[in-house]
Design a protein around this ligand. Structure first.
Ligand SMILES: Nc1ncnc2c1ncn2[C@@H]1O[C@H](COP(=O)(O)OP(=O)(O)OP(=O)(O)O)[C@@H](O)[C@H]1O
Length: 263
């Protein structure tokens, strides 16, 4: 953990339910997120990724452990402290369609997010945020959700999150409803935010291929336990945990090995 750390989690656990019905979704997890980096949490369904993301966002209370954001304790926030936190820490979720009100244009959707801002600042931010995700305001502002492609919808949701100029963006399976080419597009937006705005991005995915594509560092979760974490190159090229190796072996190879090529 260094001085550049934006977010630090120490020994964080989450248990749902009690007694025999208890589910330990996240077990004693520690990690840090530095300024200006994309960190990916990867693991299979049920490994605890979303629970972890929701704890970082202050949406699910931790059972034990502690979390700090820019040095301040954020383990058990309420009320105003949590509202202030949500200006700095924004989220993008899996299904951009369900997050939209079908009867609102993009302009109205984004304007609702700018209510907290001064009117002139709001308008400026709105255009700036769309620019950051590669959308032309004139193209999308007066459209309804069903008039946008899945990739555009997801980029609008990222733009909405950017309206607050967050320090940390949590993207939970934000690309999993998109087909491959749009997915790459959105992944590139995430790395651009890191490069252009110095933002920290916590990207949650079940797909280690995407994790490798986008991440500076990878955190691997299995059954609620963080079994491996490290720089993306190390995790990809020298994984030491059996589970990580298994996830990697499931990634379709782009080039078959010579002995696998058809004769
Ligand atoms: N609100 C809840 N109440 C009870 N159990 C829960 C709750 N939320 C999650 N769980 C359980 O916690 C475990 C981890 O779930 P979580 O959704 O965090 O995993 P995940 O890795 O994000 O999976 P997926 O990719 O399928 O969403 C699972 O066994 C899940 O059933």
């Amino acid at each position: 953990m260094s001085g550049d750390d934006v977010f630090v989690a120490q020994g964080v656990s989450k248990t749902f339910g009690h007694g025999r019905d208890a589910v330990e979704a996240v077990k004693d997890v520690s990690f840090s997120l530095a300024e200006n980096e994309v960190v990916t949490v990867v693991g299979e369904s049920g490994s605890g990724k979303s629970t972890l993301a929701r704890m970082v966002l202050g949406l699910t209370p931790v059972t034990s452990g502690s979390m700090t954001f820019r040095g301040a304790d954020v383990t058990r926030m309420r009320g105003r402290a949590r509202t202030a936190y949500w200006k700095d820490v924004q989220a993008v979720f899996q299904d951009p369609f369900s997050a939209f009100n079908q009867f609102f244009t993009v302009r109205r959707l984004l304007a609702r997010s700018s209510r907290l801002l001064d009117r002139a600042v709001g308008q400026e931010r709105l255009e700036e945020s769309l620019g950051h995700v590669g959308l032309d305001p004139a193209d999308v502002l007066d459209r309804f959700p069903h008039e946008l492609s899945g990739g555009q919808r997801q980029r609008v949701m990222i733009a909405r999150a950017l309206m607050m100029r967050p320090k940390l963006l949590v993207a939970d399976e934000a690309t999993s409803m998109l087909d491959a080419s749009l997915r790459v597009n959105v992944l590139n937006v995430l790395t651009d935010l890191r490069d252009q705005l110095g933002m920290t991005v916590l990207f949650i995915t079940h797909d280690i291929g995407q994790a490798c594509y986008v991440a500076d560092r990878v955190l691997v979760m299995e059954h609620g336990v963080m079994v491996e974490q490290g720089p993306a190159e190390d995790v990809i090229f020298a994984p030491w945990h059996e589970y990580t190796r298994r996830l990697l072996s499931d990634v379709p190879r782009l080039h078959p090995a010579p002995d696998e090529r058809p004769a």
